[in-house]
Structures are given as C-alpha cells and as structure tokens.
Design a protein around this ligand. Sequence first.
Ligand SMILES: *[C@@H]1O[C@H](CO)[C@@H](O)[C@H](O)[C@H]1NC(C)=O
Ligand SMILES: *[C@@H]1O[C@H](CO)[C@@H](O)[C@H](O)[C@H]1NC(C)=O
Ligand SMILES: *[C@@H]1O[C@H](CO)[C@@H](O)[C@H](O)[C@H]1NC(C)=O
Length: 451
Amino acid sequence: MSEGSEHLLGQPEVFMETMDEPRYKKPSKFQQVLIYSLFALSAVYMMICLLTLNQRPPQDTYAKTATNIEIVETVPDILVQNEYKRLHRETYLAWLDVINRAESEICIAAYYSTMFCVNTPTNICKDYAAQVVLALQARSDAGVKIRLLIDGNGFGDFTDIDTYKQMFLNFEVAYMNTSALFGGVQHSKIIISDKKRFYVGSANLDWRALTEVKEIGVFIEGETEGAEMQQVFEQYWACGTPERNGVITLKQAEKKFKKIYNKFNYYNPLHINDSLFYIAQSPPKQLAQTRTHDLQSIISQIINAKTSINIQSMDYSPLMIYTKPQMYWDNIESELRAASIRGVKVKIMIQENTYNPQLYKSLTAMKNIELYFMKMDTLNEENGWDHTRLTHSKFISVDGNSCVITTSNWTGDYFTNTQGTSIVLEHSALCQELDQVMNRDIGSTFVKKYL
Ligand SMILES: *[C@@H]1O[C@H](CO)[C@@H](O)[C@H](O)[C@H]1NC(C)=O
Ligand SMILES: *[C@@H]1O[C@H](CO)[C@@H](O)[C@H](O)[C@H]1NC(C)=O
Ligand SMILES: *[C@@H]1O[C@H](CO)[C@@H](O)[C@H](O)[C@H]1NC(C)=O
C-alpha cells in the first residue's frame, strides 16, 4: 500500500480542519425561541398524556375476566339411548344458572319464543322450558327487570309474549324488524344477567331446543366478557321498537348503535389466563365501530389451520340460499379447499338434506374433506313436534386450539344479512372439547358419511 492511499483513508487533513471549527454555533434569537417553544409544547403534551392515563379504567377492570367458560349442550334422549354420552352441562341448566343468579336485570335476545309445550307427551316436553319460565317469574317477583328482544316478523306466533306480559312484573319487549333493517332475521340467542354471566349458542327460546334438538352453546361468567355481551344486546335494543309494527330506519338505529363501544375484537382480543376471547357478529351492517365480522373470525381460523378443522352446522352450502335466484358464495368453501390441499383434515357434520348434492359431491371429491349427515329417527310431526330431532349445533374448531361457537347456519345469507353472535376463542381445553363432541357425533348410529 502506498503512503498516499493510507493518507486518503485516514483523511487526517479533513479531520484537522474540522477540529479547528468551533463545535457549536451560538443559536440565533429565532432558534432560541423555537427551541424553548418546543420544550414547552412537549411538556404540555406529556401532561395531557399523564392526565389521560389516569382516566383509563384501573388495571383491575381488565383483570376481572372469566372465572368460568363452559361448553353446554342439548342432546336429545334418543341419542343417549343409543350409546351416546352427554359430555357437557345441559342447556337448560346453564340458562337456569344465568337466570337464578340475576339480581338486577335479565336480557334475552331471541328469534322467536315457543316455551310452552302443549299437546305433547310430557316425556317429550319434559319440564325444562317450564322451569326456565318459572325461574324468570321468580326473579321478576324478586324485583329483577326482564328485557326481551325478538324478531318482529316472527316465526310461529307471539302468544308467549302476551303470557310473559301477564307473568312478569317488570318486563319490556322490543321487536326488531330485521328484514327491513338488514334483509334477514334476528338469529342471535343470548341470555345475560347483571352484565356478568351469559349463554350464547344455537338454542332458540323454544322448549324443543332444551330437549329434542341437538344444540351447542357456551356459558361464560366474567365481568369483562359480560360487559362486552351487554353491549351487543344494547346495540340490538337500539334497533328495536316497543310495538311489533313500530318503525325505525337503519339511519336512526345506526345513530344509536354506532356509538356503542366495545373493547375487544380480532385485533385486540381479551386475554383470559393463557387464552384469547372476543365476540364477533353478523351482518356487516350491524357491526358497531370496533366489532369483528364473524365471517372474518371463521376464515382467519381456517387460513391458519395446520392439522384439523371440525365444523358442525345445521346447514352448509356455498350458496346464498334465500336470494332469488340463489347465488354462489364460496368465501368459506374456497378456504376449506385450500386447507385440504395443505393437508389439513377437514370434517363437516350437518343435518341431512337433499338439495345441491352436486355441490357436496364436488366438495367431498377433495382429498382430506369429509362430510357427514346426521339424521335422527323423527318424532311424529303432528301435534307441533316439527323442528325436533335435528342437529342445530354450530361451531368450528381448528387444530384443537382455536374455535368459534356461533348461531349462524353456514350459508352465505347468514353472514351477509342475518343477525348472529359468535364467541371466538383461542383456548385449547375448550376447543378440544368441541373436537370430542365431533368425534362422539360422527361415531353415532345416526350419522352417515356422505360419499
Ligand atoms: C384464570 O385463572 C384464575 C387463577 O388461576 C382462575 O381462578 C380462573 O378460573 C381462570 N379462568 C379461566 C376462564 O380458566
Ligand atoms: C317490517 O318492515 C317491512 C318493510 O317496511 C313491513 O312491510 C313489515 O310490515 C314490517 N314488519 C312489522 C312486523 O312491522
Ligand atoms: C337453517 O338451515 C336449515 C336448513 O336449510 C333451515 O331449515 C332452517 O330454517 C335454517 N334456519 C333459519 C333460521 O333459517
């Protein structure tokens, strides 16, 4: 190496020159004013930050998370008589738990109400629905307020509501014209008391849902989760009117419900010990500011699936079934097919049906996708025993780690215009319980694999 190049590398002259310069120039008057104002501004900003920090809820608000999360189910006796085990607390017992412990308010969101089992043998009715209605009456007598939100266009009749008005002292009903507001029906099933404990699941406010229909739901006890669910209910309440033919426009409803605040969603789930929780909803038009669409929850779980996907629904189809004409809707199915190609084992169990066999054939032609139909021996359909002996459970469980317990049938309509509520969990123990439900069910004599 020559001396010259060594010199260049070190650049001693340049170094010396800069050393001769004064290190700092004295700032001008203008620069001084600028610097002092910046200091002052940041001090004010820090003060504001500190003040707003103090306004945040105290840490223990977040610590009051669930003390109990439990899968609950209805299993018709006919299944149990055929070597099939109930794995969880029964739906009506969870409802009684929610109701009996109420001290100030019980809120119920339902599609319709048919809780009085008439003209039906008592071994079929059992007295479960009657126990629930009597428990509501007892709490009402003790001063607890009862609010019921129901679809105003109805299914069956509204005679139950007249009976409730007679039976319950402090009772309010709101009818939601869901078809006028969103184009679908109010399909969420929620019972919540004192904003602290609630049931969400597939069971309608119907004696059948407590005895003769297979249902899955979740019972959660916790102030933070309860407060979140109460917000969903208040959002619905804002869409209802006290008269069955009352009119509220979507704009008027939105004005109220868009302000309804919730803390937890897909991007910000609630941490419960080692698990994650949030509530998701349908339809998109009903989403309050920070709520997650349940379709997004389901699809994100499918996209992340590595080994297994178990799905139960009453109905499944890559179609919008209630539009005329029907429309192809493969938002979920295309992700299931993608998962199957990654080697994920997909199992779907639904109520037996006879429509669109070609769609099912093309689905089960995929490697790793199995479809199962459940069909229980039916009750005599006379005397109002229709809509019994069906599977109505709705859930997805992925990799024994994440799951969604929902109220939607799995066809496009339920995600675009039907009002539904889902509980989204990352909770291995609970999601694995759903896998056990799936394994038990597809092993039943009433379940056949679709070819
Ligand atoms: C979370 O952990 C606490 C403390 O161990 C326990 O009391 C609580 O039941 C747990 N919650 C759930 C939902 O498992
Ligand atoms: C719901 O709204 C539609 C459209 O405005 C109306 O035709 C229907 O009668 C309403 N239903 C009830 C129960 O008021
Ligand atoms: C869910 O799907 C089944 C099968 O298509 C249908 O009979 C039932 O009415 C659907 N539920 C509702 C609330 O539309």
